[in-house]
Ligand binder design. Structure first.
Ligand code: PLP
Length: 418
């Protein structure tokens, strides 16, 4: 049997976008006869061959259930799954692997925290603070919790550029504030939130902070200990990994006092009809058979990013962003939505008076995939006085040629629809 292709060499590569592109087989596709230009990375990223091969290898050679087996396959699958957990710990700078919980994605991660920490420690009259920039995944679970326990949601406002108003945050938090849920990077505008400062303000009032890192992990070097985040979560599929797998990081002292999320196999240490003792961390939060291949694939995706070097990736993506912003400033009919000084990977815009969906549909005929709509951020759209925007979001395999193709196609779109 071949050695599992689960551990990519840690040799740092020179960041060569054309070479990187070749690592992603799907990017060879043609759409409507045109080469695919994939600019919908904030929705999901494409997967490098290394990730696809790791999943393939796992199902071909090691498929088995984990933790409980005494046979070879189970041991190998367990090693690979737990190895992935360790890779994630190292990638986000957590102290212990027991602080890394596998979930289905960012959405499930937030629901987990709301229904465990929230149900236990937040009660009637308490307040939860979120921001105007949040994705629905970081709004609705808190609203459900508020309905269940009689708490109230408070919202940090933004300015017209799409930046959080930190002075207002200081006025919003008070003795009733029991938790803050905040995005690290806005999926709709790309705004990078000054997280360290916000967490410090919250901690001065003993308020725990849950960070939605879904859009940050692919673009920024994240260290949860340096940030002092109490919880940090993200989805695997937005960082070159498979769908159906994600991560909740939680400080051990919080995870230990939280009740389990779901009941079932693997999350117990003993069960009688009278009483169940729960398993140790992190297994207490992982009921049932997890997405083993997904966790392994995510581990390899993070290895892949490490070989590229996240700092270089961030610099490169910034260069792409500046290039695209410069091009958009040359197009009179294009209105950029969101002008945050600190931004990552995303440009939201509207073209003349055209509906975003029409623009997206015409671009697709040119082989260009972008997002059009409210980006699961309807309250943010309302604040901006919009129903929808077009959104271009970058990944490490995008190139300046992709940006050129986009602007050529936008010009054609104007000619056709404008
Ligand atoms: N949070 C942010 C900022 C997002 O952009 C998304 C997805 O777009 C999510 C949460 C939800 O991620 P998932 O659908 O993978 O659970």
């Amino acid at each position: 049997m071949k050695t599992p292709p689960y551990n990519l060499q840690e040799e740092k590569m020179v960041l060569d976008p054309e070479k990187i592109k070749k690592d992603f087989p799907i990017l060879n596709r043609k759409i409507h006869g045109k080469p695919l230009v994939y600019l919908d990375n904030a929705a999901t990223t494409q997967k490098p061959l290394a990730v696809i091969e790791a999943i393939h290898h796992y199902y071909l050679n090691e498929n088995s259930n984990i933790h409980r087996g005494v046979h070879t396959l189970s041991e190998q699958a367990t090693l690979a799954y737990e190895g992935a957990r360790e890779k994630i710990r190292a990638f986000i700078g957590a102290k212990e692997t027991s602080e890394i919980i596998f979930v289905r994605g960012a959405t499930e991660g937030i629901n987990l925290i709301a229904q465990t920490y929230g149900r236990k420690f937040i009660g009637s009259g308490d307040e939860i603070v979120i921001s105007t920039l949040e994705h629905h995944s970081n709004i609705v679970p808190w609203q459900i919790l508020c309905e269940q326990v009689g708490a109230k949601l408070r919202v940090i406002p933004i300015n017209d550029k799409g930046e959080l108003l930190i002075e207002d945050l200081k006025k919003i938090i008070n003795a009733k504030t029991k938790l803050m849920g905040i995005t690290h990077v806005s999926n709709a505008l790309g705004t990078i939130v000054p997280l360290k400062e916000i967490i410090k303000i919250a901690h001065e009032q003993n308020i725990p902070v849950v960070v939605d890192g879904a859009q940050a992990i692919p673009h920024l070097k994240v260290n949860v200990q340096e940030l002092d985040a109490d919880f940090y979560l993200f989805s695997g599929h937005k960082v070159y990994g498979p769908t159906g797998i994600g991560v909740v990081y939680g400080k051990k002292n919080f995870l230990e006092i939280m009740p389990p999320y779901q009941g079932g196999g693997d999350m117990i240490s003993s069960v009688t009809f009278e009483k169940t003792e729960y398993n140790i961390l992190p297994f207490k939060f992982e009921a049932g058979t997890p997405h083993i291949a997904g966790a392994i694939g995510l581990g390899v995706a993070l290895d892949y990013l490490k070989t590229l070097d996240l700092e270089k990736v961030a610099l490169y993506e910034n260069e792409l962003l500046s290039y695209a912003l410069e091009k958009s400033s040359e197009m009179a009919d294009l209105q950029i939505i969101g002008q945050s000084v600190d931004r990552a990977g995303v440009i939201s815009f509207n073209l003349a008076q055209l509906h975003a969906h029409d623009v997206g549909t015409v671009l697709d005929r040119h082989g260009i995939a972008i997002r059009a709509g409210h980006h699961c951020a309807m309250p943010l759209m309302k604040r901006l006085g919009l129903e929808a925007t077009c959104r271009v979001s970058f990944a490490v395999y995008n190139t300046k040629e992709d940006v050129d193709s986009l602007f050529k196609a936008l010009q054609k779109t104007l000619e056709v629809l404008g």
